[in-house]
Write a protein that binds this ligand. Structure first.
Ligand SMILES: *Cc1c(COP(=O)(O)O)cnc(C)c1O
Length: 419
């Protein structure tokens, strides 16, 4: 069980609303920092441990700076993400560039920044060599295919577009060695939103065994393994967060047995989590605009799927707290909707909540990853502001809401008038 709490009171939200109107995303700095420290502590047995924050989860430079302060690197997979990382002062091997179907200019920028380049395919070796030149350190992404079960968001590894096959890894590292590459890493990412701690321990065991195998066969020494991201979060109250200490301890035991125990040199362990880093610490705050009763009861919010599209995209559950009805009995069934002209613009279907009335203030939980970041402007729905609740309780706007001018900024109305 996970108690779905909020880090602010109704009075605090009403105060915030005097400066920023709903809907808005608000992030809890204290929660983000404490969680970051828990993650680091779980792997503190590994001297080179580093978490590379998967920027796509929440690409806000203020939050990235907080994470940089906590010692995190940045996991980037596009040119804008590389530029964001550069802007917050994370460069060099503070960046893991894990991309796929990569354009040449992104390899050029990643190489110029000194990022760790993680290749998704064996043909990217000559492609990288030709476009940017091979760096001294190269990593490959492994796709174990049928050798490992997947999970529902990422699907089965053998149907995933990512990574090298096992045979391609051996061949690829041989090619790198021949071409004079000196430093090596191995990466995999086979799960998304996984809540079973054993899954990550199994992944580490798989990587450690592979490192041992490839080192011996190809005659190279690995510097790190990157276990990818995919640590899930308890979106539903009946779910339980991944016990990070347990994962860290399981990975340590596997490391001591399979790496140190077999006489292999020490390895750095990396993670590139996104969701669990910011997800639980972001909240979408919205007011009920209309209550509509037809064949069902609908509560229409001033937020819509442009602010959080996970329910529409994956049918995901996001917990909803009605701030203005504390202690009221949950006795009515509603669909909680937005105003977008798509019938799947619903934050919840058949949700049991206290009886809602127009003006109620609701908080949608776990919106801190793939929330604002997945926003879009379809139907002229504009993305909301992002706010940060600092550790002292003060609130800072870290991205303003979009305006109609932003929406029109790629159009030339003078040209339209003359057309
Ligand atoms: C999305 C992604 C991550 C982060 O995944 P989470 O589920 O958010 O932890 C890490 N690495 C790669 C390559 C990704 O695409």
């Amino acid at each position: 069980m996970t108690e779905k709490k909020v880090p602010f009171t109704l009075a605090q939200l009403e105060q915030i609303e005097k400066s920023y109107s709903t809907p808005f995303h608000i992030y809890d700095e204290r929660g983000i920092r404490e969680n970051a420290r828990r993650l680091k502590a779980a792997f503190s047995w590994n001297p080179g441990f580093k978490e590379y924050f998967a920027v796509k989860a929440c690409p806000n430079p203020f939050l990235m700076k907080i994470l940089r302060d906590e010692g995190f690197g940045m996991d980037c997979s596009s040119l804008p993400e590389l530029l964001l990382s550069e802007k917050v002062g994370v460069v060099g091997e503070g960046i893991m560039f894990t991309s796929n179907d990569t354009p040449a200019d992104e390899f050029v920028k990643a190489k110029a920044l000194g990022a760790i380049i993680n290749l998704d395919d064996i043909t990217h070796i000559p492609f990288l060599e030709k476009s940017a030149g091979l760096p001294e350190l190269v990593c490959f992404r492994y796709n174990p295919g049928p050798l490992k079960g997947g999970n529902s968001i990422i699907g089965h590894p053998e149907q995933a577009k990512y990574g090298f096959t096992r045979e391609q890894l051996f061949e690829g590292y041989r090619m790198l060695k021949e071409k004079g590459v000196k430093r090596f890493g191995l990466h995999t990412m086979v799960a998304s939103n996984e809540l079973n701690p054993q899954y990550f321990i199994d992944t580490a065991e798989m990587l450690f065994d592979l490192v041992a195998d490839i080192s011996t066969t190809v005659g190279i020494t690995f510097e790190f393994v990157n276990m990818g991201g995919g640590i899930g979060i308890p979106y539903k109250p009946e779910q339980v967060a991944v016990d990070l200490t347990l994962v860290g301890e399981g990975v340590r035991q596997a490391y001591e047995k399979r790496i140190l125990g077999n006489g292999h040199p020490p390895l750095k362990v990396y993670l590139e989590c996104g969701r669990m880093v910011t997800g639980p610490f972001g909240y979408l705050v919205s007011r009920v605009r209309h209550i509509k009763k037809t064949y069902k009861t609908y509560a229409g919010l001033d937020a819509c799927m442009a602010n959080l599209m996970r329910p529409a995209l994956y049918g995901s559950y996001h917990h909803i707290t009605v701030m203005t009805k504390p202690g009221a009995p949950c006795n009515t069934m509603v669909d909680v909707t937005g105003s977008l002209c798509e019938n799947n613009d619903k934050f919840a279907i058949d949700r049991i909540l206290p009886e809602l009335t127009p003006g109620d203030l609701v908080v949608i939980h776990d919106a801190g990853a793939h929330g604002h970041a997945m926003g879009f402007q379809y139907n002229g729905k504009l993305r909301s502001a992002e706010l940060l609740m600092r550790e002292d309780g003060s609130v800072k706007q870290i991205r303003r809401a979009e305006t109609v001018e932003d929406y029109f900024s790629t159009l030339d109305f003078d040209a339209v008038a003359k057309f």
